[in-house]
Design a protein around this ligand. Sequence first.
Ligand SMILES: C[S@@+](CC[C@H](N)C(=O)[O-])C[C@H]1O[C@@H](n2cnc3c(N)ncnc32)[C@H](O)[C@@H]1O
Length: 297
Amino acid sequence: MSSNSHRMFSEQSSVETANPFLRGRRAVLASLLLSGLPLTVRGQTAPAPVLGTPGKDAGWIPTPAPMVEGMLRMAGVSKNDLVVDLGSGDGRIPIFAAKAFGARGLGIELNRDMVAYSVESANKEGVGDRARFVQGDIFEVDFSQGTVLSLFMPPQVNARLMPKILAMKPGTRVVSYVFAMEDWEPDEWVFFDNVQGMLWVVPARFEGNWRILTEGPDPATYEVTLTQRFQKINGHFMFGTAKLPLFDANVLADRLRFTLVVGQRRFDFIGNHKGDALEGTLHVTGEPQRRWSATRS
Ligand SMILES: C[S@@+](CC[C@H](N)C(=O)[O-])C[C@H]1O[C@@H](n2cnc3c(N)ncnc32)[C@H](O)[C@@H]1O
């Protein structure tokens, strides 16, 4: 992810989140997702997709090209990624991911003509080997190997996909044009033409009771209890008999951090999920950094 590209993109795209026109525009986009307007995009041997062609869970409306680029940049797509577009329409997202970032792309699309069109476009663009398309239902085709997912689906479809998405490898990036993921707060936003794209990073699961062991000259054990809602962490830390609140507690992918204040000293814990355990570093004000590990108790 790049906050720089986020900023650059936002500046070029005149951001206005509270604009009443935006709400009207969103409503039009939402209704177009379910019924249609004819618009031929460009001629190819396979029939060109027609704007508003109805589909099982959404009709075809493409994500605008600058937003495709903005969202994939926001997700930090690289050649190591498999970018999966759920409901891939004319194939523009997997094709762009392959062409611009050298990534592998996979489009899952129910409409056979659109799949044929996408395959043809990928070949024309010279990325037929890296951008593949599968004709199938996004609720049936396995996309668990994806490292980046993209969506332009109505909110209720996003909601149905969420359990599968949250079970993906921590660190998987999810981008959605226009529509949110229930109450899962986006990690980052991008705007084009007053409409938002959002990014979420799949978090590892840190919830539970952990026994922490700190290393160094005076090793010690502590108990910490964590509750988790997506990337938000709460909980408390037992320091002797004192029950301390966690400050600045958050998760990004498989990384956890939180801070304690004990008297005059500040304790900064940073750790990573490693199998069933946590491992990381502890920095205490005025002391050398030490390592810590934790197991669920
Ligand atoms: C709004 S369009 C988005 C197209 C593309 N992702 C983009 O952003 O340009 C939604 C697409 O999902 C496809 N679709 C709808 N329901 C589907 C399903 N259950 N499985 C696979 N594709 C589906 C539609 O045919 C349509 O092409």
